[in-house]
Design a binder for this molecule. Structure first.
Ligand code: ADP
Length: 370
């Protein structure tokens, strides 16, 4: 598969008056394949939009270069910046709302008019784009008279009308209610299948990214943390950050000594395998739905008791003390324990991470102030 979007050593530094230099994007290397749906995922301020804006051509690069469909479009060393309208991209940005003073037809026709496409060709292509976004019949209506979902479809139609090879979607669904978001996700995927474009999808919503992406990049504070399939990111996160960012996580602070694992504040060991070379203060990570809860010691496990039982619609949650921490466990309703009942918890194939880093937290706080 050909690489359609390539970022090589891309860095962007912003200089701010009050807080000094901010490395918004730190040496990004990304290759997105043709026809792939690739998401940028990460908390606010991690560099998603800046990266997207550099790909679109709205922002220059402090360092590095960007190639689109085999063509160099940005290069800091060559001082080369192809303008956005010449990059052959379709874009749906959250902030790029549809124009309220233009009817649906004119909104969608706009990119073609700029390109000076002739009238009959415009009509043909707009009709086609409206058909694929279920907007046929609404040509003369103004966006203000339409629902949020329909307005977002106008933006999609406007993006596909030029038949782009690459589509940049920046939080395109964030103004819609959850049900509509799900429908629109399917519609975007269906359009992708029909037109075969490559998608970069930016979101801070992890379940949305997991549902739509072939691969995702998780970033934090301007650094790429991991690039992989949704499944691998969830099951094999390479850092505590990625573990925590995707799905619910349970982190247990432990001390490893004399080949045994002690949760903080307890003299009882947790019976789990210790990876080679691991000792001292560590964090053991798992998920609330992967912790086993048993009535007897047969399968091993850490002896504790049910401090709280919470009955939810699709599962039961139990809170159990493990050393000085309260650990959440999710089970199907058929696993039944009462409050104060004793129990054994077993941590199945947990992942090990180094203990908390206070310096990292300080940098995170600094960025959130900006
Ligand atoms: P995200 O899209 O992941 O929320 P951004 O790419 O918008 O993150 O921002 C990344 C970092 O760059 C943030 O710390 C942000 O404050 C900073 N930043 C973005 N744009 C500018 C700018 N024009 N001037 C100064 N700092 C900026």
């Amino acid at each position: 598969m050909a690489d359609q979007i390539v970022l090589r050593n891309v860095t962007k530094i912003f200089t701010t008056k009050t807080l000094g230099d901010i490395t918004a994007v730190d040496n990004f290397n990304i290759s997105v394949h043709e026809g792939e749906c690739f998401s940028f995922l990460g908390p606010s301020g991690c560099g998603k939009s800046t990266t997207l804006r550099m790909i679109a051509g709205f922002e220059d690069l402090t360092n590095g270069e960007i190639e689109l469909c085999g063509k160099l479009v940005s290069s800091s060393s060559k001082k080369l910046y192809i303008p956005p309208e010449e990059r052959g991209l379709g874009m749906v940005f959250q902030a790029f709302a549809v124009w309220p003073h233009m009817n649906v037809f004119d909104n969608v026709a706009f990119p073609l008019k700029i390109k000076k496409v002739n009238k009959s060709e415009i009509k043909k292509r707009v009709d086609e784009a409206l058909k694929h976004t279920s907007l046929t019949g609404l040509e003369n209506v103004y966006p203000g008279e339409l629902s949020g979902g329909q307005q977002q479809r106008i933006a999609l139609a406007r993006a596909i009308v030029t038949n782009p090879k690459v589509m940049l979607l920046d939080e395109p669904l964030s103004n819609l209610d959850p049900k509509l978001r799900e429908t629109m996700r399917f519609e975007i995927k269906a359009l992708q299948k029909k037109f075969g474009f490559t998608i970069i999808f930016v979101t801070h919503d992890q379940s949305e990214a997991m549902a739509i992406s072939d691969r995702m990049m998780v970033c934090d504070m301007g650094k790429i943390m991991q690039i992989d399939t949704p499944e691998n990111l969830y099951n094999k996160p390479n850092s505590r950050f990625v573990h925590n960012f995707l799905g619910e996580s349970t982190f247990i602070n432990v001390t490893v000594k004399d080949s045994a694992v002690y949760p903080k504040g307890s003299n009882q060991t947790i019976g789990i395998d210790i990876p080679k070379g691991v000792r001292g203060d560590m964090v053991v990570a798992t998920r609330p739905n992967e912790i086993e809860l048993a009535k007897s010691a047969e399968s091993g496990g850490f002896r504790t008791f049910i401090q709280k039982r919470i009955f939810l619609t699709d599962r039961t949650e139990y809170l159990v003390p493990v050393g000085e921490q309260l650990v959440k466990i999710q089970t199907p309703h058929r696993v039944r324990f009462d409050e104060n009942e004793s129990c054994y918890v077993r941590f199945v194939e947990p992942i090990w991470y180094p203990a908390d880093d206070e310096k990292e937290q300080a940098e995170r706080n600094r960025r959130q102030l900006i």
